[in-house]
Design a protein around this ligand. Sequence first.
Ligand SMILES: Nc1nc2c(ncn2[C@@H]2O[C@H](COP(=O)(O)OP(=O)(O)OP(=O)(O)O)[C@@H](O)[C@H]2O)c(=O)[nH]1
Ligand SMILES: Nc1nc2c(ncn2[C@@H]2O[C@H](COP(=O)(O)OP(=O)(O)OP(=O)(O)O)[C@@H](O)[C@H]2O)c(=O)[nH]1
Ligand SMILES: [Ca+2]
Length: 630
Amino acid sequence: MATVRIAICGDESVGKSSLLTSLVKDTFVTSRIQPVLPPITLPPSLGTPENVTTTIVDTSALPQERNNLRKEVRKCNVILLVYSDHYSYERVALFWMPYFRSLGVNVPVVLCANKSDLSSTGTSTAQVVEEEMLPVMAEFKEIDSCIRTSAREHHNVNEVFFLCQKAVTHPIAPIYDSKESNLKPAAVEALKRVFYLCDKDQDGLLSDKEIHDFQIKCFDKPLSDADLASIKRSISRERSFSARDDKQGIDIDGFLLLNKMFAEKGRHETIWIILRKFQYSDSCSLKETFVRPKFDVPAFASAELSPAGYRFMVDLFLLHDKDNDGGLSDSELANLFAPTPGVPASWVDSAFPSCTVRNEAGYITLQGWLAQWSMTTFEEPKRTLEYLAYLGFESQDGKGTTSALKITKARKRRNRPGRVERNVFLCYVLGAAQSGKSALLNGFLNRPFSSTYHPTIKPQTAVNSVELQGGKQCYLILEELGELEPAILENQAKLDACDLLCYTYDSSDPDSFAHIVDLRQRYPALNALPSVYTALKADQDRAVQRTEVQPDVYCEGLKMAKPLHVSVSWASISEFFVHLAECATYPSQAFPRSDEEAVDRTALYIALGATVCAGAAFAWVWKRNMMGDR
Ligand SMILES: Nc1nc2c(ncn2[C@@H]2O[C@H](COP(=O)(O)OP(=O)(O)OP(=O)(O)O)[C@@H](O)[C@H]2O)c(=O)[nH]1
Ligand SMILES: Nc1nc2c(ncn2[C@@H]2O[C@H](COP(=O)(O)OP(=O)(O)OP(=O)(O)O)[C@@H](O)[C@H]2O)c(=O)[nH]1
Ligand SMILES: [Ca+2]
């Protein structure tokens, strides 16, 4: 935090310099002190809020000092305005406050009634507050607080400077509207989110345990049972309406009321401590560095959720599936996204949740939820980080939300044999109009086949998890490019981010395969990507393609596997998605084979074979040793 700079202002002889000497020297200096003391700087100490460095500047009201005064007022971030008698009090509203406004400064003012030792014995502080302070406070919202001091008797001297520091480090203005006697909307929003995040079981109440955890998190010390009881008592006392039984816990209204009471009692620093603990900045919005932490994905690499990230998303889903039907209904989703600005814009664009797995009721399932976040993290990791922040992800290692993500190895030398260390793959589905791409995407999401045809204009995606042979799971994003197909295939960055191409044609339409031949000619860069050739609509009669060579021969010529014939109307289509996922995971099998290599999926079989052999060898050695021991 920056330094606090206090300008002491006020009429002549009100005791400005004396307050300062009294603070520094701890005694009242009766001998004549110089009219304007040099500025002093106090290092951070335990006594100061937030451990700030404080600079205190003395000023003079003399006309010849006006330039200096103006300069200092403009430079400070809090003004200590001192008066000491009726005349200097009148001047607060008549001269000083309008003067500050005329300078265009908008900093808090701490009003100080000095020389309290001189006032006739009859005037009590209550009277001073009631008759002098409250009226000016009502007139000038800049006045943060008021205090009565005596430099001579060293009364409230430390306190007045403490108030100045606090006015800067814990300002009331952003959180409380003194005119309306209410918390400000931004503070209410922030506190609602805090409540939501503390209500771990999402039952709408903070239980005693949840309050204790909250207390420890914010204030680093436990709350006694007596304190808890007294908090609950004051909440129910304040509530005009049906003082509900607070035994079960504190609800959102009670929580807001409690904070309002803090503000009213001048304990607004309590609210600041809470908000800051939950990563709010001085403007009551979440800190930029928290919502948008530094996270760069190098070229050719991509971002994925880490195990901690997946765990968080699983827990979040289960917590919000209140009726345990395995899907998030609209209201359950709305509740889940309550502490965020709403469903991410990119989700709305892609017609969420239709791009992922839903149950019969149309609600996103856990599988779909994880697939959706896998895709979001792949496509826009910063969005995932932003939502992890809003949704209250807490890392175990103190590294913040970035520990919910990981960066994969770069996609380089794609044709290398073996497994790619990534779990989320992007596959472009390319092919002629009406070849059946959308139907394939629907099949991927287990939607029933429909014979009605809607041409795809905007790119369309489907994301789902796929279980590979051997039980490992990965996420596959199938994207059909619509009218953007040429634009995307021309864009090298888009190709670099893609893991697999799925060329499709309608095997019952003689004019369908030509599109693939044409694409490959026009975009030679496609050759650098692993590819799978697919003949769709295998349930229909096969047509002879009007291309120079038939698809099988064409692929043969490329030393690629022949097109796989599939139909979305067959249950076996799910095996095709496994095949796609396997080609993405072991990309060398989706490249032209070199002559000595065997066909197709051997890479996988070889890999599997190798593990089996290793296992056998291990067992054998182990047995031998056992025997040797004997
Ligand atoms: N009784 C009493 N006298 C005070 C107190 N504070 C300051 N004085 C006296 O008031 C007079 C003015 O004090 P200063 O500290 O010089 O006031 P100032 O506001 O700095 O005055 P200028 O620099 O002239 O603007 C001195 O004679 C102080 O001794 C106080 O709390 N009680
Ligand atoms: N019989 C049969 N018809 C299919 C199959 N797959 C898709 N169709 C039908 O073929 C037509 C075109 O399918 P789409 O999936 O919309 O084709 P598309 O490739 O997405 O078309 P564009 O978006 O225009 O590029 C639709 O009427 C589908 O119902 C299939 O496996 N068998
Ligand atoms: Ca389509």
